[in-house]
Design a protein around this ligand. Sequence first.
Ligand SMILES: [Zn+2]
Length: 275
Amino acid sequence: MPELPEVETIRAGLEPHLLGQKITGITVLRPSQLRDISPEELSTQLIGKTINRLSRRGKYLLFYCSSELILVVHLRMTGQLLYYSAGKPAMVHTRLIISLEPPAELHFHDVRALGQITLLNSKQLSNWRPLLLLGPEPLGPDFTLEYFQQSLACRRAPIKNILLGQRIVAGLGNIYTDEALFKAGINPLRPANMLSEAQVQILWTAIRQTLTTAVADGGTTIRDYLNSSGISGSFQRRLQVYGRKGQKCRHCGSELVGCRLAGRSTVYCPHCQPL
Ligand SMILES: [Zn+2]
């Protein structure tokens, strides 16, 4: 699933192409991926509008359009947004096409068809529950060390579950939680409130460093993720634990072990990340 670095890479790649572009057509090929809006209404509302800003919150992409309309896209497992400077025929997994002026197309491509698209006005967006429930951006000014310490102090769930939950901090998924916890030398099963002050500080730094490096690398491509130009990320070359269960720890040579947490496969080094 695309996480913060992948969604941010898509946002940054699309922004220069889309700003100031006018929407001239909407083709919905899979209506079930629209949330709370019909294909007809989506077309009626968006055609003729201009894209003014492209933003991201957690794993959500927000296309701010004229008339205070915001197209919200969540890519879920396999969603891709691909920009073509000329028209391109729909492929088998193309779910939605936005036609633009000057002539270009934005294709939403999604093999598993779990991604979701909705359209809100600015008032609806400010009350939209999925965004209200998100914690601060990990690379933003609100994710302070003091905030992180206070948030973890009263939570007994395993630290990995807390990081995946999006409520304490937004944007982390399975790849970057495993990598950040390895970098911090913290066992993913450890109850959040059992971390020492020093460990919380190390983890806070590790989360920010891991995400910053991954954004610079254009994200991680394991299977489906591509940026808006159809190019893979490169953070996969740096992965220390994610997807490496049974292989040797690159740091100490111990065999990496796996478990399941919050329904997600989790990999860690029992030596570098003792419980
Ligand atoms: Zn190790």
